[in-house]
Ligand binder design. Sequence first.
Ligand code: PLP
Length: 233
Amino acid sequence: MTTIASNLQAVRSALLDAAVAAGRNAEEVRLLAVSKTFPAEAIRAAFECGQRCFAESYVQEALDKIAILHDLPLEWHFIGPVQSNKTRAIAERFAWVHSVDRFRIAERLSEQRPAHLPPLQVCLQVNISGEASKHGVAPDAVDALAHDVAGLARLRLRGLMAIPAPSDAAEAQRASFVQLRMLFERLNRQGLQLDTLSMGMSHDFPAAIAEGATIVRIGTAIFGERIYHRETL
Ligand SMILES: *Cc1c(COP(=O)(O)O)cnc(C)c1O
């Protein structure tokens, strides 16, 4: 068995264990394979093990891989910072964007989403750890942004995403994920119909699943340690 195959098997089994421990059905938690910095062959290897959803953070790198792999029925998710000069490529090539944090960007994605494609599926990225990240909407600005984005014709607002400050302690990890879940529940009480909590990475996905994650974004645990090349940064 290849490394990717055995890693995927281990991640799937840990995902199942975390769901069972939380009293949840594992089918409620989608595994998104984060393939940034890894070559198309690594994605093909994961596809051969049944993985269908892949996430990328750098537009040009992603477009190259999407072109190489066009023969496979893959679902592409964009999870990196969205620059306004890249919205058209994202609107044309991706099924999901997890990292919307400004209305102007959402508006461009909606305007540029091609008519022959289904609406672009969107999560708002929330900066729940304050200064730990410069990306993401502040928690006290989420409500207004969510209601504005929900009104855009060619987007479908599905939920919230966050990247908490890294911590090795399960309790601290859960505390961050609880914050995102509470914002999500509040928006649904206000009448939005959100179904997606995109939270949990290689080092903290069991805690995220315990707090209600419906998508976990896993890179290192599937593909190995990333080496950043100058051109991807
Ligand atoms: C790179 C990345 C991940 C994957 O992180 P790992 O720790 O390798 O699992 C998840 N989410 C986002 C937004 C990322 O940029």
